[in-house]
Design a binder for this molecule. Structure first.
Ligand SMILES: Nc1nc2c(ncn2[C@@H]2O[C@H](COP(=O)(O)OP(=O)(O)OP(=O)(O)O)[C@@H](O)[C@H]2O)c(=O)[nH]1
Ligand SMILES: [Mg+2]
Length: 188
């Protein structure tokens, strides 16, 4: 039996400026949790959520999209991809309401560029946790400098299992316990 049947799934929204790696990280999480069948595997990790022809041609997310993942501990999480481009910010707003958690992605290229998304998330009273992407190419100190709780390289998979463990723990908690756990990791 799916142990998450009686539990509200953890809803995680991925936020950040264009090209920071939101769609690619979701693709990496899908692959690392065994959520894709062999005949569905994509060579470009972003294509699991960027399904539209125009999204793949332009290499950018347009539609908010949702992917349900059964985590290794049997609990369920819903990963929500959003567009980074500011002209599509209304799509981000529609996704953030009702989310348990915002993962605010940053990289050494973008620095604090996702602050507009962070501000919106705070307006909706959703906990925000910073994740450094493209982390293989930088020194460990940069993660500290950028105040990110997690550092991943979605392409090589570095740091992704640790992020999955964190999501597993959050997903098995409910209500206020889940909220309190997430707030422990919240930045500032
Ligand atoms: N090496 C490396 N490349 C990455 C990583 N994350 C993303 N990329 C690359 O960065 C580019 C942009 O990644 P996307 O996942 O499409 O970025 P996005 O944040 O979804 O962009 P928008 O949908 O336009 O907002 C792609 O070429 C990815 O392969 C990473 O962790 N490591
Ligand atoms: Mg994208």
């Amino acid at each position: 039996m799916d142990t998450s049947d009686m539990i509200t799934p953890l809803k995680v929204i991925f936020a950040g400026v264009p090209d920071v790696g939101k769609s690619t990280l979701i693709g990496s999480l899908l692959q690392h949790t065994g959520s894709v069948f062999d005949d569905q595997r994509q060579s470009d990790l972003a294509h699991y959520t960027d399904g539209l022809q125009s999204e793949q041609a332009e290499g950018r997310t347009i539609d908010v999209s949702y992917r349900t993942v059964i985590l290794p501990n049997g609990y369920r999480t819903i990963l929500i991809d959003t567009p980074g481009h500011t002209e599509l910010l209304t799509n981000f707003v529609s996704g953030v309401s009702g989310a348990d958690l915002v993962l605010a992605l940053c990289s050494t290229e973008t620095m604090y560029g996702s602050s507009i998304h962070v501000r919106i998330a705070r307006d909706f009273n959703v906990p925000v946790i910073r994740v450094l992407t493209k982390a293989d190419s930088i020194r460990r100190e940069a993660a500290t400098y950028l105040q990110s709780r997690f550092a991943v390289d979605s392409v090589s998979g570095t740091g992704v299992p640790r992020l999955i463990s964190f999501l597993e723990h959050a997903a098995l908690l409910q209500g206020q316990q889940r909220r309190a756990y997430l707030e422990e990791f919240t930045d500032g």
